[in-house]
Design a protein around this ligand. Structure first.
Ligand code: UTP
Length: 479
């Protein structure tokens, strides 16, 4: 009897048969056609890339099957209960205790492509602080370090990157000696990717003749990435019980805010979220709502115009619980979710994706030509039975860097920092000459090592001090 013979020769340029099979099942005829025309080296490169891409998942979503997020339950929306009122001493003490006993870690999601900002570099390395011009990463790391010093415990900083942002983000930390963080305090982990598909044909799109176009799989990819990296389990073994989550593009974020922590602990919440008031119907911000006892987040693009415009008798928007993406997760709850599979559903969006067609021509589409697939962290909220929303003031905690100019731009993010620092300074009794609050300039900056919040500033600032903007308030300039 003749022995079994492999139908292809390893290393002879044949396509891995299992991969071919899967491509055929997902009807990726164009990819197979492209394959035939490639050099041996490019074939190898494409094969390696395809082995790491879940094109079957993407094709299922293209067909309207698979793990896709459902339509938002717009008819059943209820305004959610939001905790308001002044910070209570009790909450502050509870939060401080959790920080002192080392129960808290911090996670920043920094894997996005910053398309609207128009940079090819990671957003985290964008210079953002008004006077020192420190990057977003530098600022966040300083806040974590200052908080660690304040509470006598090194707070772990988890940084989620993507293949688009990883190398440069890590290099930025390395070149700057991790901004003074203790060895091992900053931990990088990478999220996954998803391909885009032609809107009409469900074929993979290519960014080079031998390279499939892919994009990070959304900030919700952080769950699968936490699981794959083993970091969530590691944190648990280390004694961490709560994870503070925020987005890299918000310079005003109060990292691991002790009062927020205390509120979260007091409520025994699985998930807690800060909320800011949406004031303009057209503002591009997600909205919290309650549906059948669960916490839902409605994307701005899913909110119908008439509902977005509706106002209450006092003139406020009816649907106004805006999401600044500042959350606290109970780690035990998170681990249970990860145990169950960690796969949040995909949101399918129609986008413009430039690509190389079968003839090798570079196509820049004039209208949406592709489907992109992303997971969003807020779909996790639906799994929580104990959740808490806490109101905060936008000017104190949210000034995202999204666009190159106009709204949510470098200019507005700087002005927002200047205004907040000006408010802290004047409330602490300082006289600040030459500052125009309406323009939010000239620049003011309070170094996190001098003060992380208004109270700390009031404690450290010499009484009756006079300053002239622009000014930097740090341990060297103010004694
Ligand atoms: P955005 O949705 O604002 O995306 O992300 P972006 O990449 O910053 O900007 P655009 O949309 O391309 O212009 C909000 C936060 O979620 C992170 C981003 O890094 C940012 O902190 N994010 C987004 C990820 O970590 N991974 C993703 O796949 C997407």
């Amino acid at each position: 009897m003749m022995g079994w013979r492999c139908p292809f020769k390893l290393g002879d340029g044949s396509l891995n048969p299992d991969l071919r099979n899967r491509l055929e099942q997902s009807r990726q005829g164009e990819t197979l056609k492209r394959w035939e025309g490639l050099s041996e080296g490019d074939k190898k490169g494409l094969e390696n890339q395809l082995l790491g891409i879940d094109f079957a998942q993407a094709f299922g979503l293209f067909l309207g099957q698979g793990n896709a997020a459902g339509a938002p339950p717009l008819n059943a929306l209820k305004a959610p209960t939001i905790q308001t009122g002044p910070a209570q001493e009790k909450f502050l003490n509870m939060g401080v205790k959790a920080l002192r006993t080392g129960e808290v870690a911090v996670m920043v999601v920094a894997g996005g492509q910053a398309t609207r900002l128009g940079t090819t570099k990671p957003k985290g390395i964008w210079p953002i602080t008004p006077v020192r011009n420190h990057s977003l990463f530098h600022l966040h790391a300083e806040k974590v370090l200052a908080l660690s010093q304040r509470h006598g415990k090194a707070i772990p900083l988890l940084i989620m990157t993507s293949p688009s942002t990883h190398d440069e983000s890590l290099a930025h930390f390395e070149e700057n000696h991790f901004f003074g963080l203790a060895p091992g305090q900053a931990r990088f982990f990478q999220q996954g990717i998803m391909p885009a598909m032609d809107l009409n044909t469900g074929q993979l799109l290519f960014e080079q003749p031998h390279r499939v176009f892919t994009a990070p799989d959304g900030h919700g990819g952080s769950l699968a990435a936490l699981k794959a990296s083993g970091l969530a389990q590691e944190l648990w073994r280390q004694g961490i019980r709560h994870l503070f989550y925020f987005q890299v593009d918000n310079p005003l974020v109060r990292i691991a805010d002790p009062v927020f922590l205390g509120q979260h602990l007091d409520a025994n919440a699985e998930i807690s979220c800060k909320v800011i008031e949406k004031t303009r119907p057209g503002e591009k911000i997600g909205i919290f709502a309650e549906v059948a006892g669960k916490c839902h987040l409605i994307e701005y693009s899913d909110l119908p115009g008439d509902l977005a415009e509706k106002r209450t008798p006092d003139g406020k928007l009816l649907v106004r619980a805006g999401n600044p993406a500042i959350h606290l997760f109970n780690l035990e709850f998170l681990l249970q979710i990860l145990e169950q599979g960690s796969a949040l559903p995909f949101h399918v969006a129609r986008k413009k994706v430039s690509h190389v067609n079968l003839q090798g021509e570079w196509i820049v589409p004039q209208s949406e030509n592709a489907l992109k697939f992303e997971r969003f962290i807020f779909d996790l909220f639906l799994s929580a039975s104990r959740w808490l929303l806490v109101e905060t003031a936008r000017e104190e905690e949210f000034a995202p860097l999204k666009n190159a100019e106009g709204e949510d731009s470098p200019e507005t993010a700087r002005a927002a920092q200047n205004r907040l620092f000006h408010t802290w300074l004047t409330r602490a009794g300082a006289k600040v000459a030459n500052f125009d609050p309406s323009r939010g300039s000239p620049d003011l900056e309070i170094c996190p090592f001098f003060a992380l919040d208004e109270k700390e500033l009031a404690d450290h600032l010499p009484k009756g001090i006079s300053l002239t903007a622009p000014a930097l308030i740090d341990k060297k300039t103010v004694r």
